[in-house]
Design a protein around this ligand. Sequence first.
Ligand SMILES: [Fe+2]
Length: 451
Amino acid sequence: MRDLPWPARVYLVAVIGTAAVLLAHSAVVSGSLVRPEDLDVLLVLALLFLVCESMPTLLNVEQFAVSVSFSASLAAVVLIGPEGAALVGLTATLSVRPGLPLVKRLFNGAQFAICGYVAGWVYEGCHGQVGVPQVDAFDDLIGPYAVATAVFVPLNIVLTLTMIRLATRARAMELPLRGMAQFLLSYLGYGTFGLLVAGLWATVQSISAVLVLLPLFVARWAFGQYHAQQRSYDATIAALCQAVETKDYYTRGHCTRVSLASSMIAREIGMGRERVRAIRYAGMLHDVGKLGVPTKVLQKEGPLTEEEFAAIQLHPMRGLEIVRGIGFLDEAYAGIMHHHERHDGTGYPMGLAGDEIPEFAKVIAVADAFDSMTSDRSYRGARPVEVAVEELRKCAGTHFDPVMVAAFIRALEREPWQPPRRVEPPPPDAAGTTIKDHDDPTMPIQVVTGP
Ligand SMILES: [Fe+2]
């Protein structure tokens, strides 16, 4: 708790205090929080809440892994009323999450208790009947349940995000409008589990929790598999990337930054999530073919011979050969293969022009040149972002696709670029340095012809 900024501490105490006051008030007014005949329902729902809370489930929005435990609270709203829902939410303090600090447990328990209580109060206010619903009365509880869910979910999100914001002093939870809408929809969708539990209770009692949980855990397992697969993809790409960057001390981090800038352009031109992921991979791997170029050529001082320059020009093809067997890269192949094509047709390896150049390659070409210009190289210091942007503008229509340049400039206005830190001269035992960076549009490689 001492690590928290003071506004977060005040907020934490206020949330815990509010939960305590609500429960104490109910206990005093009603004599007890739950009727003895409802104790078995309370125990089953508390157990259901605890199991779900201990195993956060990934929603279909990448940035969030949330627990669907709140559906147990919502079932409690129907079956045992606001006080019961608050008590069910309070069990979040006991969730089996090793390493979860006590402060977070207390906050989670208190905020779920508040949400459950308020949702229950709203449910009753909408004339929702508390108790095990009979089949012929089920229709009557759908409306009040929907209103209670519509109150519970936003309240839960606001209470949690406020804490995160105060605790981290950052705008870490900003989501694009589309992402937030998707998140809310998913959250509301999971809320229907509570309705199912409550509805089935009249016929199968506590078994209803198992019937609802089973498909949920199957879905959770499937999501888990998917994300484990994504993590292994990322690790594969990162390993390849690192192998490339060991060839040149000055280009460390280049692949990651090209990947980031490519994603910015991709999102700006409206690519879907799957294509943005593919272009992120392409950005990471665009220069993997440098593994197939002799190091002495990459690090040679002075002009290159025609053969040496041809070896450099071959790196996009070499890159394609290296990654061809990696099935999940899909469209990324085209980005790797053609990232040195130029809009006017004077690039390599194929000399494609304009619309012949694959979209991924057009995006990476801009990102690649931009990062090269804004990073230190052995032969020059990093250029300021404004200078690099001006260079991109100057080369739009000749070297680069003007649409991609314009998109990147728009993206930079919204998301300022963080150039890499200044690179100190390499230590004596470091890998060599490239004398001329083939990505730098302001310093073309010099080639000597003839003997
Ligand atoms: Fe390259």
